[in-house]
Design a protein around this ligand. Structure first.
Ligand code: SAM
Length: 301
């Protein structure tokens, strides 16, 4: 059995989670039956302003990449626009950097002293994110190269196929002593040290049964991130939650979750996904146990 396994019983409502919910002066868009996942429909900067400092164990942020510039890509063999929505249109590199500084500053303030943040991005924003983290004094721990295994071909044939995204993992500041579930990561990697190159496919069809978000992340990516960097019952926040892939993964693993998005449609999708998880939690736990068992068998083989 892998360590840090999912709790058998119901989640015990943590007092600090309750306190955080109480301090956010907004009616939640949705709270699940277990009171372990809560969604807010608002600007994440405003919500983070009302969260007590030093209260969140881990943040995953998949911010706008600001890449909706009228370009073309390939989807299911067809030429399609890269545009994701108005929220993803760039106002220029200075504005992008200012925005990144503002939300990262708030993330840093609400992280616990040993808490960590993960931020995903492509070349459109990742250099600004890295620079902003350096300016704010985060402690950069790893830059993960997420290899997307089966990326769409490059239609112009003038560039290499874009096959990776970067996920930067950082501690709150230079004094933070971050948590890393080293042994679990090693076990998940057939008993070899897990490297910073992660091969994970794009979200599978079953992850989109209620519709899809234009930039939806795979559950496997978020499960790995949450397993690696949180303890049982830890509090996870996603300031750009979209379809709440982070929330689904957090719920499966037995963590508390706060998701924020200023788009109601995406939160409707989030709600459906989280309700599905609640209805099927026993089946999902059985599936996770099977995967754990398979990992143990592989290690022994
Ligand atoms: C890249 S997507 C996140 C997708 C998500 N990781 C998923 O798996 O579905 C970024 C999200 O940020 C939201 N967003 C953009 N600016 C925001 C802001 N200032 N406050 C809250 N949400 C915002 C957008 O509506 C969008 O859903």
């Amino acid at each position: 059995m892998l360590e840090n396994n999912i709790p058998e019983g119901e989640l015990v409502v943590s007092h600090s989670f309750k306190n955080i919910m109480g301090s956010i002066r907004l009616t939640p868009f949705y709270t699940n039956k277990d009171t372990s996942c809560v969604l807010y429909n608002a600007d994440s900067l405003n919500v983070m302003d009302s969260i007590p400092p030093n209260s969140i164990d881990m943040i995953f942020a998949d911010p706008p990449y600001f890449l909706s510039n009228g370009g073309i890509t390939c989807h299911a063999g067809k030429r399609v626009s890269v545009n994701k929505g108005d929220w993803d249109k760039s106002k220029g590199i200075e504005e992008t950097h200012k925005f990144n500084m503002e939300w990262l500053k708030r993330c840093q303030n609400i992280l616990t002293k040993d808490g960590t943040i993960w931020v995903s991005g492509t070349s459109h924003i990742i250099f600004s994110i890295g620079f902003a983290m350096q300016q704010l004094g985060f402690k950069i721990l790893n830059d993960i190269a997420w290899y997307k295994i089966n990326p769409p071909p490059n239609l112009s044939c003038r560039y290499f196929t874009h096959a990776t995204e970067t996920v930067i993992w950082s501690g709150k500041n230079k004094d933070s002593r971050h948590y890393f579930n080293y042994s679990l990561m090693k076990k998940m990697n057939k008993d070899k040290q897990m490297q910073s190159l992660w091969s994970i496919t794009a979200p599978k069809a079953e992850e989109k049964i209620y519709g899809k978000h234009p930039t939806q992340k795979p559950i496997e990516l978020l499960e790995r991130i949450i397993w690696a960097s949180t303890r049982e019952h830890g509090i996870v926040l996603d300031p750009f939650t979209g379809s709440s892939t982070t929330g689904v993964a957090a719920y499966r693993i037995g963590r508390y979750f706060i998701g924020i998005d200023n788009n109601k449609e995406y939160l409707e999708l989030s709600k459906k996904r989280l309700e599905f998880e609640q209805r099927h939690k026993h089946v999902v736990k059985e599936e996770i146990k099977k995967v754990e068992h398979k990992a143990d068998t592989l290690i022994r083989a």
